[in-house]
Design a protein around this ligand. Structure first.
Ligand code: IVH
Length: 733
């Protein structure tokens, strides 16, 4: 969390902003004035003439003044997004840059300073519509930042100069990426909780805080104590919550900090209760007097002793150990269950702290030594599509290269069309990307306000970018798939599937061998396997291929030609068609030729074939590349006709089953199939027999209308078990 102005020199009275986008809102709480940041809508409603900017003060050139003005405006706006809407519009590091630019300009042109500009006020003012204001007993200050080792060393020098000697001891603590909270305990009982707000006045969130299990409602001793700490959310809880929000089609939070803040700042405490918020304490007001301790380390122990959770990662150390501690904490960062964005270095001893004092905005005895940012802003130059080994199309954003998480990133995964739609990411968009640890970089947010004019919504292509075959997205699935088994992008996977034990069972043709054959360009698709017998020498030329194993492999490929049709259908790799469906299709259609011509409704009339499977089969056989391969397989001599079951009494007839039967329907389905018949699920003119149980309804009526022959359960069983004869088809019973 970095949106803290790290500079400034004095506590300031609040007054109406000049040139800053703040507006006096209400004077309450004695003489304490509270202002809120105006909303965009309010600004938009106000005519431009009423929003005139004051002329530049003496000594400030016009261009510098206008830059200062727009920086102030921008910073206020980003703070509002960050603090009030829990939805940052730019990465922390970008925001920090804006503040630094403004500070530099103000240092150069002090006449441009205004007391209530963002650099002078920590945080943002408060949401008075939802929460009552709370004046903090002591201001809730922010922290100065060190961005690198030089800035860190400068701080140590400055502190030692001010002390006139070396620092006795320091503590280092993780800088929790959450939101700060002030807890008021009276006689050991929690009586009030307030957000930081603008540092002087916060929001009263007592009812909400009472629902957080991690925050004790009673201390171990009946003390009067003001405790400060951080409310945060663990990464797992954040991810779980977001996953649910995606399913519900509701707002997804950018990071755990925003979710923690959004969860705390709720109108209804019951909503807060349902969110797993965590807490650590890191400070207590007047700790010397109230707790009898003389430094940070002792204080943290005392707070823990009272039952308050404190970090388990803090350490007492010395000035020349800072870099070592920093490196250690940085390494630990990825293993922690929560997010941290730096290490807070604090002078341990309270009497040294007193000597150092504070500015209006941060104590001089503490500094946040920031970690390299894990988020950065960049631009999506192009959305490209990769086709994976399973044929799934994965959209990838090609980015303007940017440094994030310690490396230069130029691509980020976009997962699938749903993710593109959720983010509404378009080519040319400015985006926030995130790379934490070894995790693949991801786009977390689109900066909509920076969208170039004319940027168009992105949809995955209708044709595979690798082989130009049709692309298919089955209902209820997140991925789009290329429908061609000849697609080079998925060739290896398709060949391995074809050769595996459950399909064509080609011994010696595991994924490694497939890869070797593919890399050597001996096999590009499944049909090429059957040409290998003419390229024995090339096969022998493969690495570690002995004569015997080459011959065995070629023999196994030949042997596979005998596999039955059902297995071949499964081996083709038609999406959603498994072994059982392969057998069913083989039995029902009898040949690949007939199956290839089948229409979706015809397929759907089979048991176990729903609309998705039917569509997948139709798509498969409409890809020309698939038909070409099938032609070659046929020529190679694969068994493309189903062997008719010898002597099956039902051979050649189709059956549909309806009504309540004495046994499960699957029992009768199996019986039909085992006796050579075909099971279909709907009554059509072409149906041969309808087996009717009790209470047979609409199907029976339809069959009667169409003149389809009806069979009772007993009649059917008499045919298959007792060797009876089927009544003549169309005998109209
Ligand atoms: S001490 C007067 N210790 O960082 C000093 N702050 O950027 C008060 N923070 O507002 C802060 N972890 O919300 C302190 N171990 C830690 C912290 C910590 C996170 C937050 C805190 C503060 C902000 C300043």
């Amino acid at each position: 969390m970095t949106h803290d102005p790290g500079h400034g020199t004095r506590a300031v009275p609040f007054s109406l902003a000049t040139g800053c986008r703040v507006e006096y809102n209400a004077a309450r709480d004695n003489n304490f004035k509270i202002f809120t940041v105006q909303s965009e809508e309010e600004m938009a409603r106000k005519p431009a003439s009423k929003r005139e900017k004051p002329a530049s003060p003496a000594g400030v050139p016009d261009d510098a003044w206008s830059e200062i003005e727009s920086l102030r405006e921008e910073i206020w706006r980003y703070r509002r997004f960050y603090y009030l809407e829990d939805s940052p519009e730019i990465p922390d590091a970008e925001y920090d840059k804006l503040e630094r630019s403004l500070l530099e300009l103000l240092e150069k042109y002090p006449a441009a300073k205004r007391p209530d500009c963002p650099t002078e006020v920590p945080g943002v003012s408060i949401d008075l519509e939802t929460f009552a204001p709370v004046k903090h007993s002591a201001p809730m200050l922010s922290l100065d930042n060190a961005m690198d080792a030089d800035e860190m060393a400068d701080w140590v020098k400055r502190v030692e100069k001010d002390l006139g000697r070396e620092i006795k001891a320091l503590t280092v603590e993780p800088k929790m990426d959450g939101l700060s909270i002030s807890l008021t305990y009276r006689k050991g009982a929690l009586v009030q909780a307030a957000t930081r707000g603008d540092g002087r006045t916060g929001e009263n969130v007592t009812d909400n805080v009472r629902t957080i299990k991690a925050i004790p409602k009673k201390l171990g001793k009946p003390l009067d104590l003001d405790v400060r700490g951080e409310i945060y959310m663990e990464i797992r809880a954040f991810e779980d919550f977001n996953a649910k929000q995606v399913m519900r089609g509701e707002k997804v939070y950018v990071n755990p900090r925003n979710l923690a803040s959004g969860s705390l700042r709720q109108k209804d405490p019951e909503v807060t209760r349902s969110r797993p918020l965590a807490f650590v304490a890191y400070d207590a007001a007047e700790a010397k007097k109230n707790l009898g301790v003389s430094g940070q380390a002792e204080m943290l122990d005392a707070l823990a002793g009272l039952g308050l959770p404190v970090s388990d990662q803090w350490k007492k150390t010395g000035a020349n150990e800072i870099e070592k501690s920093y490196a250690a904490m940085l390494e630990k960062r990825e293993k922690l269950l929560y997010e941290i964005d730096g290490m807070v270095v604090k002078v341990d001893d309270f009497s040294e702290r007193e000597k150092l004092g504070a500015t209006g905005h941060h104590p001089r005895w503490a500094i946040a030594y920031k970690f390299p940012p894990e988020e950065a802003e960049t631009v999506v130059n192009e959305i490209a599509v990769q086709v994976g080994r399973t044929g799934a199309l994965t959209p990838v954003a090609n980015l303007e290269p940017v440094r994030v998480g310690g490396v230069t990133v130029s691509r980020a995964t976009l997962h699938n069309q749903d993710e593109i739609d959720r983010l509404d990411v378009r080519e040319g968009d400015a985006v926030i990307i995130r790379r934490a640890g070894d995790v693949i970089p991801e786009i977390v947010q689109v900066i909509k306000e920076k969208r170039p004019k004319g940027a168009r919504k992105y949809s995955l292509p209708a044709k595979c970018p690798v082989c130009n075959s049709a692309v298919d997205r089955l209902e209820g699935e997140v991925n789009h798939y290329c429908t061609s088994i000849a697609c080079p992008a998925q060739a290896m996977e398709a060949i391995s599937h074809f050769a595996s034990k459950n399909t064509m069972d080609i011994e010696g043709l595991g994924p490694k061998m497939v890869e070797q054959l593919y890399e050597a360009k001996l096999v590009g698709n499944i049909a090429d396997l059957y040409d290998l017998k003419d390229r024995r020498d090339d096969v022998l030329g493969l690495e570690r291929m002995a004569e015997k194993s080459a011959d065995n492999l070629l023999a196994a490929i030949e042997e596979s030609k005998k596999r039955p049709l059902g297995r071949i259908i499964f081996a083709l790799g038609i999406r959603l068609v498994g072994r059982q469906t392969g057998d069913l299709l083989a039995e029902s259609f009898g040949s690949i030729g007939k199956l290839a011509k089948a229409k979706a409704d015809e397929l759907e009339s089979l048991y176990d074939v729903g609309p998705k499977v039917a569509q997948s089969i139709v798509d498969f056989f409409s890809a020309k590349s698939n038909l070409d391969i099938i032609k070659r397989l046929k020529k190679a001599g694969l068994a493309f006709k189903a062997e008719k079951r010898e002597g099956g009494v039902l051979t050649g007839f189709s059956f549909c089953i309806t009504g309540k039967l004495s046994r499960p329907r699957t029992y009768f389905q199996d019986m039909v199939r085992n006796n050579g018949g075909t099971v279909v699920s709907s009554v059509t003119k072409g149906l041969d027999y309808l087996i009717i149980g009790e209470e047979a309804g609409s199907k029976r009526k339809k069959a009667e209308k169409l003149g389809v022959t009806l069979l009772t359960e007993d009649e059917f069983l008499a045919v298959v078990e007792g060797g009876g004869v089927l009544p003549e088809r169309g005998s109209g019973r």
